[in-house]
Design a protein around this ligand. Structure first.
Ligand code: SF4
Length: 328
């Protein structure tokens, strides 16, 4: 046996050990999440889109409700956009909901309601990029394709003990992928990153692959503290005869077009403060002061009965404020 062959054998043995240890741990310890209960591509797709930039806990609350409202891709495709956005309300990044709706229409119109099973076919759908296509193809269709997201990146870099980026990262993920259970393996790596191989203070003592990990801790220089920006903003909460005053964002703005929110207030020292909430969007931490007030004369504002408020597509912040004020 040449040195090269010996190295390849050693690699495949350690890959095999890595896969067995990780999958064994995943089978015993994976979180019981509603989208893991079957491999229906519609459900896998929905959960993957919801999970983009949204915490698992928030998605868990919305996922079942969304499915009750739109139990199949056909029902989603046939829905009005306003209903889809209303059901999405609270998950943020409404562009994802619009893309989801557009993709559902395309699946029904061009594929007879059946999801394409290949990465290429999935990537041709609106809102499905490389990661999402790989996740659906491996989890729902058992395709041999690895995923790379932030969790996978961190785990792989620590396991290999070096910075890996770009195509090399996708290659490294592909080399490690289990040929027998690619969908479970992909989920297991992400689960490891989400629950044990945490960005700070990884829990290496509990890690199923610690004996195969080059780092067993944080990779030197891996964590760069993100400096959060602090901002103060003010909103008016006006109530009258069981209704509240809401305004609709312009349909032409890039961010959350057509969504409903509270009117912004100018800083008014005399206005009574109702409550304060904190809200973070990417690198900005907002301190949001909500003031009691009267309805400003916005052309696109209207009084909405409290019982009807949740039927509107609300911005995430509006929903948070109205919950804090116990209006919804
Ligand atoms: S041993 Fe620690 S650093 Fe390595 S993969 Fe496990 S949790 Fe991550």
């Amino acid at each position: 046996m040449t040195l090269e062959q010996a190295r390849e054998t050693e690699d495949s043995i350690s890959h095999g050990r890595f896969q067995r240890s990780l999958l064994g741990w995943f089978d015993r310890h994976k979180r019981d999440l509603p989208w893991r209960r079957d491999r229906d591509p519609y459900r896998v797709w929905l959960s993957e889109i919801m999970l983009q930039q949204t915490r698992v806990a928030a998605v868990t609350n919305h996922y079942e409700r969304f499915l009750q409202r739109f139990p199949s891709v056909e029902r989603l495709a046939a829905a009005r956009e306003a209903s889809v956005l209303a059901a999405w309300s609270g998950l943020g990044y409404y562009r994802r909901a619009r893309m989801l709706h557009a993709a559902a229409k395309k699946i029904v119109k061009e594929h007879g309601g059946k999801f394409p099973g290949s990465v290429e076919g999935l990537r041709a759908l609106p809102g499905i990029g490389r990661y999402t296509a790989a996740a659906i193809a491996s989890i729902a269709f058992g395709q041999l394709v690895a995923v790379v997201d932030g969790n996978v990146e961190r785990v792989l870099q620590r396991v290999h003990g070096k910075k890996i980026a770009g195509e090399a990262l996708w290659r490294a993920a592909g080399e490690l992928l289990s040929q027998l259970r690619p969908g479970d393996f992909n989920q297991a790596v992400m689960e490891l990153g989400a629950t044990l191989c945490l960005p700070r203070q990884p829990r290496c003592l509990l890690c199923p692959v610690s004996d195969l990990c080059a780092t067993r801790g944080e990779l030197q220089g891996q964590i760069e503290a993100r400096s959060q920006i602090k901002r103060h903003i003010h909103y008016t909460l006006a109530c009258r005869n069981g209704s509240i005053f809401l305004v609709q964002r312009s349909k032409t703005v890039a961010l959350m077009p057509g969504m409903w929110e509270l009117p912004e207030a100018s800083v008014n020292e005399t206005a009574e403060e109702w409550l304060t909430v904190r809200h973070s969007i990417t690198v900005t931490d907002y301190v949001v002061r909500v003031l009691r007030g009267t309805a400003p004369r916005y052309l696109n504002g209207r009084w909405v009965r409290k019982s009807r408020v949740t039927a509107l597509p609300l911005t995430g912040l509006a929903r948070k404020i109205l919950r804090a004020a116990k209006i919804i």
